[in-house]
Design a protein around this ligand. Structure first.
Ligand SMILES: Nc1ncnc2c1ncn2[C@@H]1O[C@H](COP(=O)(O)OP(=O)(O)OP(=O)(O)O)[C@@H](O)[C@H]1O
Ligand SMILES: O=C(O)[C@H](O)COP(=O)(O)O
Length: 398
């Protein structure tokens, strides 16, 4: 994997860079700008080298449709503030607006294209469709820099196919993330505990198979937990559930027992009649996990679980955590996430938090970055790296 220094003299060259600017938003206010800050070292280095910097990024999952809700406008504005230079945002991804802005660039300028996921080709399973879009991205640059670590697990046009079309290098963020995550794959100090939560249940259940081989204990909370609770034969009310994965979760539980590994699940749950929206206050009750009423939704781990999980975390020598334990954005459902975050700060060893919302959660709940060994910008990407999987966006570089 080359570094940006290996790309030769960048003075006046157009550098297309893939960043992960998938930041949490409340309306159009960014609630955590960590991923934008993490992109700055590479962007600054490119500008200092005299490059014309063309930023590609996604926000959310607009599924190939233009949708102003997923515009990169807030990210472009924040990037401009942090860089201290103008960041012009194109009105389209590869259309006339993008072309005009790229054509008008001078050395050191930064232009951002609109959300790459507005283009159906970006996430297409059809390689030819992705390639055709990647060709258009490539026409905007002389070289490509991959720095969106949070998205390197996706085989998508701006992450994977584009790298095949231009001389490429990994950015500073990608390099730095790998340096830390390597410590977790190469003989981690034990006990090694992995904590999983969040809402991307289908995506992240798949990593458990391999994590069961490397980690000593898996702690499962957040939206991930209910598919496991169902696999144990419990009813989960209206909680987040991936019905198709119940059988797989049963197998994971059996696999763990056979391998002498632990999977810790919530013993109690904070439930509410509906997903919280608006200002609140919200009704909430603590219920044992095997007694969830049919009309209630689990939105946080309960206090007994918080204690159980915190003990497991504190006893570890290596911990990786991805995915909040509950809907931490709402104070009533943030206690479990806070308890786990607190436990991570007390670990006598390496503690790593990964993921857009997970990083946002620890910061929003009052913790500072230096209380953890590392805060990774990658959630799914970090998990797949830890699994030992080949990540398309890394594999393609070099
Ligand atoms: N019990 C639950 N029910 C519904 N949503 C939940 C529950 N617990 C947590 N969440 C939601 O999960 C979301 C975060 O999940 P996600 O898997 O995206 O984590 P992440 O850290 O952002 O990782 P990545 O970077 O891979 O996206 C939060 O918005 C939170 O409200
Ligand atoms: O938030 C993330 O994990 C990355 O930005 C990737 O987003 P995705 O899961 O929608 O591909």
């Amino acid at each position: 994997m080359k570094s940006i220094e290996d790309l030769g003299d960048l003075q006046g060259k157009r550098v297309v860079i893939r960043c992960d600017l998938n930041v949490p938003l409340d309306g159009d206010t960014i609630t955590d700008d960590g991923r934008i800050r993490a992109s700055l070292p590479t962007l600054n280095a490119l500008r200092e080298a005299g490059a014309k910097v063309v930023v590609l990024a996604h926000l959310g999952r607009p599924k190939g449709q233009v949708n102003p809700k997923y515009s990169l406008a807030p990210a472009a504005k924040r990037m401009a503030e942090l860089l201290g230079v103008e960041v012009k945002l194109a009105e389209d991804v590869v259309g006339p607006s993008a072309q005009a802005l790229v054509d008008g660039m001078s050395a050191g300028d930064v232009v951002m294209l609109e959300n790459v996921r507005y283009e159906p080709g970006e996430e297409s399973k059809d390689e030819a469709e992705r390639q055709a879009l990647a060709e258009k991205y490539a026409a905007f640059g002389d070289v490509f820099v991959s720095d969106g670590f949070g998205v390197v697990h996706r085989k998508q046009a701006s992450v994977y196919d584009l790298a095949k079309k231009l001389p490429n290098a990994a950015g500073k963020l990608v390099k730095a993330e790998i340096d830390v995550l390597k410590q977790l794959t190469e003989e981690p100090a034990r006990p090694y505990v992995v904590v999983l939560g969040g809402a991307k249940v289908a995506d992240k259940l798949a990593v458990i198979d391999n994590l069961l081989k490397t980690a000593d204990t898996l702690v499962i909370g957040g939206g991930m937990a209910y598919t496991f609770l169902k696999a144990k034969g419990y009813e989960v009310g209206t909680s987040l559930l991936d019905e198709e994965k119940v059988e797989v979760c049963k197998q994971y539980l059996e696999q763990a027992t056979a391998a002498g590994k632990q999977i810790l699940l919530p013993v109690d749950t904070v439930v509410s009649p509906a997903f919280p929206s608006g200002e609140g206050p919200f009704e909430s009750t603590v219920i044992d996990s095997d007694k969830l009423p049919a009309d209630q939704m689990g939105l946080d781990i309960g206090p007994k679980t918080a204690e159980l999980f915190a003990e497991a975390v504190k006893g570890a020598k290596t911990v990786f955590w991805n995915g909040p334990m509950g809907v931490f954005e709402v104070a009533d459902f943030s206690k479990g996430t806070k308890a786990v975050a607190q436990a991570l700060t007390e670990v006598d060893g390496l503690s790593v938090v990964g993921g857009g919302d997970s990083a946002a959660a620890v910061r929003e709940l009052g913790f500072s970055d230096d209380q953890f060994g590392h805060i990774s910008t990658g959630g799914g990407a970090s998990l797949e790296y830890l699994e030992g999987k080949t990540l398309p966006g890394l594999d393609v570089l070099g």
